[in-house]
Design a protein around this ligand. Structure first.
Ligand code: UFG
Length: 340
């Protein structure tokens, strides 16, 4: 079994990816500092897999601790690097913390991978690198625009760092950059899912917490955009579908099938849905009436973005299989489990 190191493996996307890796016959090893994740995720992973997954409680910006993990584990075949701060609004308040953590940990990881001779990396990027795109859907060749937040800038900088590192004459690392669209939902077992700290920033946890009575109402941030119903359009991908994209990417790297030292793929469904469509689909999937109001626009929101998923389909053979309705139903099931 090939060992795959998963930084941020106790987080939302990380925990689902750890489960998919194990079920695909890999041996995942988690690194997490639990700054924005909970120990309970490890219990959920164990409950699904029927066995424990090793976890190293370190910060991956700590080069010495990281080195020790590589040495102790030995024979690491590849790394999936999720560990990062991810809240857009918070990044405006604490930009230096975002640059230090997100950019710093990638640099440290690349250095240690080089020292230890580990050659395969999957990096969590984001559709935020496209900024406000001129044309939809966005392909991987769509030019990136100025990011809307320090968070977005860290993802752009990390992509640049990966490209520059790959251009060095002694580089041996092959990287796949996965640009995620909006991950939602939870594992069908409802043993792992999203665990937002405090008031959720993201739409779907806010919806499920409102339906569960933890929040009074959802505020929809603007209905006067130039979109079919005036609300923002996003590409919502089920988190298990997204997790599976990592398995395909890791396999491609291990098989040495990558055509370049750095390859980039959109990971989305290829469909856009408006906020009002998400609300209506949630109501239908859950049987719950959602209390919502229309409020002002949220600064920094892109009016509409969704993926052209052709390249991931043709090159990676990756396609999403979960509908928006089933994704929202899984989010609701998870919320009900949490509420219990
Ligand atoms: N929304 C509301 N009310 C809320 C929360 C969100 O109307 O209470 C709307 C937003 O305005 C947006 C949509 O729901 O139109 C989705 O918002 P999210 O905050 O869930 O997601 P974003 O599209 O803003 O952000 C996501 C990721 C970021 C990433 C970004 C790139 O969370 O990490 O996509 O576009 F940077």
């Amino acid at each position: 079994m090939k060992k795959i190191l998963v930084t941020g493996g106790a987080g939302y996307i990380g925990s689902h990816t750890v489960v998919e890796l194990a079920q695909a016959g890999y041996e995942p090893i988690i690194i997490d500092n639990f700054s924005n994740s909970e120990e309970s995720a490890l219990g959920g992973i164990q409950a699904i897999l029927g066995r424990e997954v090793p976890c190293h409680r370190i910060d991956c910006g700590d080069a010495e601790a990281l080195r020790q993990v590589f040495k102790t584990e030995g024979d690491i075949a590849g790394v999936i690097h999720f560990a990062a701060f991810k809240a857009v609004g918070e990044s405006v308040q604490k930009p230096l913390a975002y640059f230090h953590n997100n950019v710093g940990s990638l640099i440290t990881l690349l250095q240690v991978m080089k020292e230890e001779g580990v050659e395969n990396l999957v990096f969590s990027s984001s559709c935020t690198v496209y900024g406000v795109p001129d044309h939809l859907p966005v392909t991987e060749a769509t030019p990136t625009k100025p990011a809307n937040s320090p968070y977005g800038r860290t993802k752009q900088m990390c992509e640049d760092i990966v490209h520059d590192a790959a251009g060095a004459p002694d580089n041996k690392v092959h990287t796949i950059l996965l640009r995620y669209f909006n991950p939602i939902g939870a594992h069908e077992s409802a043993k792992i899912g999203e665990l937002p700290l405090g008031v959720p920033n993201n739409l779907v946890p806010f919806i499920t917490q409102t339906a569960a009575g933890l929040r009074e109402k959802l505020t929809i941030f603007g209905n006067d955009y130039d979109t079919p119903d005036g609300t923002n359009v996003r590409d919502y991908i089920h988190v298990v579908d997204l997790a599976k994209a990592h398995i395909v990417a890791v396999q491609r790297l291990l098989d040495r099938k990558a055509s370049e030292a750095v390859e980039t793929f959109n990971v989305g469904t290829g469909h856009g849905n408006s906020v009002l469509e998400v609300v209506a689909t949630f109501e239908e999937a859950s049987g719950q009436k959602l209390n919502y109001v229309i409020g002002p626009r949220r600064p920094g929101d892109v009016p509409a973005i969704y993926a052209d998923a052709t390249k991931s389909a043709e090159v990676l053979g990756f396609k999403t299989t979960t509908s928006l309705r089933d994704s929202l139903a899984s989010a609701w099931k998870w919320q009900q489990t949490l509420s219990k």
